[in-house]
Design a protein around this ligand. Sequence first.
Ligand SMILES: C[S@@+](CC[C@H](N)C(=O)[O-])C[C@H]1O[C@@H](n2cnc3c(N)ncnc32)[C@H](O)[C@@H]1O
Length: 246
Amino acid sequence: MTSEGTAEELHSAEAPTLRTGDNLYPVELKMTFGDEELSIDVPEGVWNPTPHGIHLGHVLSKMDFGGQEILELGTGCGIHAVLLARRGASKMVLTEINQEILDLAKHNLDRHDVTIPVRYDVADWTQVEGGPFDLLITNPPFTKSGKRYRRYFIDTLILDTHKLVKPGGSLVFIQSSMADIPRSIRLMEENGMTVEVLGETDGPFRPYYFDDPVYLREMASIPGSYTVRDGVHHERLIVLRGRLNG
Ligand SMILES: C[S@@+](CC[C@H](N)C(=O)[O-])C[C@H]1O[C@@H](n2cnc3c(N)ncnc32)[C@H](O)[C@@H]1O
């Protein structure tokens, strides 16, 4: 298990003065992940990597994806796709909700000299053509999932893994304690996966959490979803791997 950076380090990767409630403000993210130095453009309207995405990046930067065919759902600015390619991926399919975001991801992959075959697909979450893949990776929407059932993207991800991943292949994703970690692990096991924790960190709430009273009420009903230390609310961020049993 790894623990990466303090909350302050994670947040200094962003532009605090520009933070808005929708997390879609522009920024140029310059960060080191393991041996990899990245410089990612994120224009207005594209999801700005949060401590969740940053922590997932740190975990990926220590892994070997040699020869693997990988599907990333909701690639956003492409930060994880760059790392997957740098760590040996042989082929990738990257998805998003619209072509503009995919064009931006391609811009960032080109900027980092990614030369492996990459397909960029507009696709609604797990409704993806092709596969099965060696690895399915994602930082799924949760806080701002836009669904009445907030865990929609996490649950459908786990339920549909068997359609997208080869037997013996893996699902890797990050989630917060706010999204109920024991519930995800149970669902993964019920769906034939052997579950492992690849990395864990802890950090203060994003400012926009406090904009949504329904979210805060839901979180209060999940045991262990957050802790309050010195008056500051903290969540745990955990990277889970589920290996699909053959
Ligand atoms: C939490 S963000 C993660 C973005 C990026 N992977 C990162 O870590 O910074 C979730 C991403 O999923 C995308 N998304 C939302 N709904 C989706 C859907 N139905 N199908 C595919 N992607 C979706 C969003 O546009 C957003 O880029």
